[in-house]
Design a protein around this ligand. Structure first.
Ligand code: SF4
Ligand code: SF4
Length: 176
């Protein structure tokens, strides 16, 4: 059985029909939110946090959030404010060879900029090596850090997070 109800991971079919997923053309133009929220649950903080009106849930609170990719500036505010950890920021314009992903991360220890880590898929399987570019942790984000990581362009549709670092590992001691 596939799909978010059975596995907790959205299937390719669910993602293809998801109104929060941006087009490839938009990702190639620069940073944009990718909202992989495919379950009709009563939730809408993403809509309220976006100052640019790029996310619409609407009056029916169980509607799936709909992204207006032209209004999205890629500011990233919605990433740490989604309780479902369903939002990332993707950027395929980063370089010829690398794309970037900003993802929410709630485990300690946190990596540091410059670290090389294992980039993982939606199901937590290692996909490739990722390079940490930035770690943002603001009081407003509560316990959620937002990590920016560069990965080879060909893996940007597959990578959604990084493997947890071993407990007790010193900050910044992942492979450089
Ligand atoms: S990245 Fe910024 S502009 Fe885009 S949907 Fe999220 S909050 Fe709105
Ligand atoms: S805040 Fe997150 S889980 Fe809630 S509707 Fe928005 S994208 Fe979905």
């Amino acid at each position: 059985m596939e799909g978010v109800i059975y596995t907790g991971i959205p299937s390719a079919e669910e993602l293809a029909g998801c109104p929060g997923v941006p087009s490839e053309a938009r990702m190639k133009r620069g940073r944009v939110a990718c909202i992989e929220c495919v379950q009709e649950i009563p939730c809408n903080p993403c809509e309220g946090i976006c100052k640019f009106g790029a996310i619409t849930v609407g009056e029916q609170i169980t509607n799936l959030p709909c992204l207006n990719e032209e209004k999205c500036t890629g500011c990233g505010l919605c990433v740490a404010n989604c309780p479902g950890l369903a939002i990332t920021i993707l950027d395929q314009s980063y370089s010829e060879t690398e794309a970037t992903i900003d993802f929410p991360f709630e485990y300690l220890p946190l990596p540091e900029a410059g670290d090389r880590v294992e980039a993982v898929s939606r199901s937590g399987e290692t996909v490739c090596q990722g390079r940490i570019l930035r770690v943002t942790k603001l009081p407003a984000y509560a316990g959620t850090a937002v990590i920016r990581m560069a990965v080879p362009q060909e893996y940007i549709d597959t990578v959604r997070s990084m493997k947890r670092l071993p407990r007790g590992q010193k900050k910044g001691s992942a492979t450089k």
